[in-house]
Design a protein around this ligand. Structure first.
Ligand SMILES: [Zn+2]
Ligand SMILES: [Zn+2]
Ligand SMILES: [Zn+2]
Length: 183
């Protein structure tokens, strides 16, 4: 029964080895657990940051809408007396300059986009130029007046008017100013 010193030493070595292995396993498990916790924390932090950003973006948008609403009466008075440049004022694009109604209806979505005020019947058009990339048109703006030839509003940037073509300029829907620029 009594082991030889060699056998005894072997037994001790096996036990120590087993203990070391157990420690390694336990350490590994602990590290895994810590990594999982760290990752969970990171995910939660990212989520929280994202929520904060979303909230901030929402607030900014609400502020912009509120600011546009606040500045609208001043802008209305300003552009009623001098409508030059009105096409650039986004907050007035779909507001009736005649009676102040904001319940404007879009009567036609094809160009020129016709807007009509249900309260006073005023009609106007406000749209982006089909020919160039930057022009805006508004029939209420004297800087984009109706073309004497075709009656369409004339773009202050490229001079285009009727998308079917007009003798006053070289542009039509097949030959837009923006195509010339990119070519
Ligand atoms: Zn109106
Ligand atoms: Zn244009
Ligand atoms: Zn024309």
């Amino acid at each position: 029964m009594i082991e030889t010193p060699d056998e005894y030493r072997k037994l001790v070595e096996q036990k120590m080895l087993a203990r070391t292995e157990r420690h390694v396993r336990e350490n590994q498990a602990e590290q895994d657990e810590q990594a999982r916790e760290a990752q969970a924390t990171q995910v939660a932090q990212a989520r929280a940051e994202h929520a904060v950003q979303l909230h901030a973006a929402e607030r900014r948008q609400q502020d912009e809408v509120a600011e546009a609403r606040r500045s609208r009466p001043t802008l209305m008075a300003q552009f009623r007396s001098n409508p030059a440049g009105l096409r650039h004022v986004a907050t007035l694009r779909e507001v009736c300059l005649h009676c102040g109604s904001e319940q404007v209806r879009c009567q036609s979505d094809t160009l020129p986009r016709v807007l009509v005020c249900p309260d006073c019947g005023t009609q106007w058009s406000a749209y982006s130029c089909w020919s160039c990339a930057t022009g805006l048109l508004d029939t209420r703006d004297p800087e984009t007046p109706p073309c004497p030839q075709c009656g369409w509003s004339k773009c202050a940037v490229c001079g285009a008017c009727n998308p079917r073509g007009c003798s006053t300029n070289p542009y039509n829907s097949e030959l837009r100013q923006r195509d010339e620029v990119t070519v």
